[in-house]
Design a protein around this ligand. Sequence first.
Ligand SMILES: NC(=O)c1ccc[n+]([C@@H]2O[C@H](COP(=O)([O-])OP(=O)(O)OC[C@H]3O[C@@H](n4cnc5c(N)ncnc54)[C@H](O)[C@@H]3O)[C@@H](O)[C@H]2O)c1
Length: 434
Amino acid sequence: MKSNVKNAEGKLGVLVVGLGAVTTTFMTGVLMARKGLAKPVGAMTQYDKVRVGKGADKKYLKYDEIVPMAKLDDIVFGAWDVYPENAFESAMNCQVLKEKDILPVKDELEKIVPMKAAFDKNFAKRLEGNNVKDCKDRWDMTEQLREDIRNFKKENGVDRIVVLWAASTEVYVPVNEKIHYTLADLEAAMKANDVENIAPSMCYAYAALAEGAPFIMGAPNTTVDIPAMWEMAEKTKLPIAGKDFKTGQTLVKSGFAPIIGTRCLGLAGWFSTNILGNRDGLVLDEPANFRTKEVSKLSTLESILVPEEQPDLYTDYYHKVRINYYPPRNDNKEGWDNIDIFGWMGYPMQIKIDFLCRDSILAAPLCLDLVLLSDLAARAGRWGTQRFLSFFLKSPMHDYTKGEVPVNHLFQQYAILKNAIREMGGYEADQEID
Ligand SMILES: NC(=O)c1ccc[n+]([C@@H]2O[C@H](COP(=O)([O-])OP(=O)(O)OC[C@H]3O[C@@H](n4cnc5c(N)ncnc54)[C@H](O)[C@@H]3O)[C@@H](O)[C@H]2O)c1
């Protein structure tokens, strides 16, 4: 291996905020895979192969043959949640996985007992749990989380930690230049207990970075997508990534929109609707929480089918995204897309996609990949927003203060991911099509 990334020695602590459907599916799958009882299907870090070298020298290697990766056996899980149920109880309640796929790792899951959450009901009104910290102010909230991270590290003998947010979507917090643009202002607002502008998720992110852990935002919350947190990541020299796991409908959208764009077909409208009945769906039924998701979901198309670049084809297309809470389906989401396109001489056509997916089954491999690749990035000395992780995210972070545009096109994101792995592995980045 030519890589000069630090080796992945010792244990990797994976601290997850939220011990609900996604997290317990992720944890159960990792523990089952470790025992050889399940396959980590969908995880790039476990399956994907990247070409290195060209011509006669070319080889296709798995990530861990190019860069030093933490192994599934190295992972030690911990979590925070508003509800006190341990990971076994929560996995059973969420009903994503069958009992037969949970019971073989019952003992290990039972040991994952959530720490008290840093929580404020105003950010997720529909949650009623009481496993919640008693905090004087937002600064105290952050301090208590820092202590949790330090204790977890000590008690479990882990060498490195990654913190992943897979908790409920918080209400939309608009970026406020007076609070969210500099680290000094952000810290002052935490100390002044500005409960409107400082979401609990910001306390988790700040605490993680302050304790030397990369932070990943799996929900659409603006948490680390603010200049103050970019500054914190720069100061601590740690990676941050976000936001919002790209799982079902948006994965389809970012993979399908390129078909329209690449063929220079026109788009008149794209209507996306979802029905889902898990706790995530319940929280998103609240308009203020849905707003956060809507902003994230809408951004995908506009950067793939760009009106300014092709006014004949993409001006004024109608793009709508809805999520409807429908309990009978639980975690089995149905995502419908109706796409109105037009072709030669403007003649209209329609495309319908009905994706009967399983939300947490799609999200679990992304959790694993984001955690392992953020840990890799930290050992490679990369800090700040990790653009190479955009592949996994619905609304990739980018420097909007400088007018930067995010890359949403799935295949461009994949090229960026592969090049980052090549570069960290000491190979040349390139643009050749494999
Ligand atoms: N599954 C997917 O396909 C997918 C895709 C993109 C994003 N997401 C996001 O991932 C997140 C998790 O989804 P899920 O289906 O597991 O939801 P879930 O409701 O089953 O689990 C979320 C858990 O987070 C806990 N929680 C809420 N606020 C908290 C806080 N401040 N601290 C600690 N715990 C807190 C809740 O009590 C709950 O148990 C959601 O925000 C969802 O929008 C999921």
